[in-house]
Design a protein around this ligand. Structure first.
Ligand code: MLT
Length: 210
């Protein structure tokens, strides 16, 4: 690993052009979502960083002040650092950024949303599992051409459905093509939604940038 790849990460080369950027939840690490990535796409490369912030020893992608209350300054810094890591990793591993799909769970989904809002040129597609509005942007970015699939749990005690719906609305107002679905589930993921996420991904051919 070179200095410029400043996140501890796992990288698995793929057999197709696509790369899945796997972003774990609180307490996960670079290994947590690799099996999920493989389940979603057997042929894609997998880039899976570990969040740099520790909360009681549990890795996260940014600091929070309380459950659902984010340290917005840290969120900004960590979002930019992660985006820079992804760009450097793409250069290092020769990945096509036009074929990059973020797959985030919980805290990882929230930083994926933050990347979309702060660095709208980086991601062309995202699967966000249990996501919420990470921060309120002063102005919406232009997300036209970006496709997003969001899955919420109807009984999720950590991430209220209304918050996920607000995120979906915000991203579609910004021009993204958003599909949001809610499942009979709590915070943990269910097999049904993973099957649907895979189906969505299979049907998503990323167009070349305009
Ligand atoms: C967050 O802190 O990003 C959300 O509350 C989800 C989580 O618990 O990680």
């Amino acid at each position: 690993m070179t200095n410029e790849l400043s996140f501890t990460h796992e990288f698995i080369p793929g057999r197709s052009e696509r790369t899945l950027l796997m972003l774990h939840g609180t307490g996960g690490d670079e290994h947590q979502l690799v099996p999920l990535g493989r389940e979603l796409d057997q042929a894609a490369a997998i880039l899976s960083p570990r969040g740099k912030v520790l909360e009681g020893g549990n890795p996260r992608f940014f600091r929070r002040l309380a459950e659902g209350v984010f340290d917005l300054e840290d969120l900004k810094v960590q979002t930019d650092a992660l985006a820079e890591f992804v760009r450097n990793a793409a250069r290092h591993y020769q990945l096509d950024l036009e074929q990059l799909v973020a797959v985030g769970y919980s805290n990882g989904a929230n930083i994926a949303a933050s990347i979309l809002l702060r660095q709208p040129d980086l991601l062309r597609a995202a699967i966000m599992l249990r996501a919420m509005v990470p921060f309120m942007p002063d102005a919406l970015p232009d997300l036209s051409g970006v496709v997003v699939w969001i899955a919420g749990g109807k009984q999720d005690m950590l991430i209220p459905r209304a918050n996920t719906e607000r995120l979906a609305e915000m991203l579609s107002e910004a021009g993204a093509e958003v599909t949001a679905q809610f499942f009979d589930a709590g915070h943990p993921l269910t097999n049904t939604e993973l099957v649907l996420a895979k189906r969505w991904l299979d049907a998503t051919a990323l167009p070349p940038a305009a």
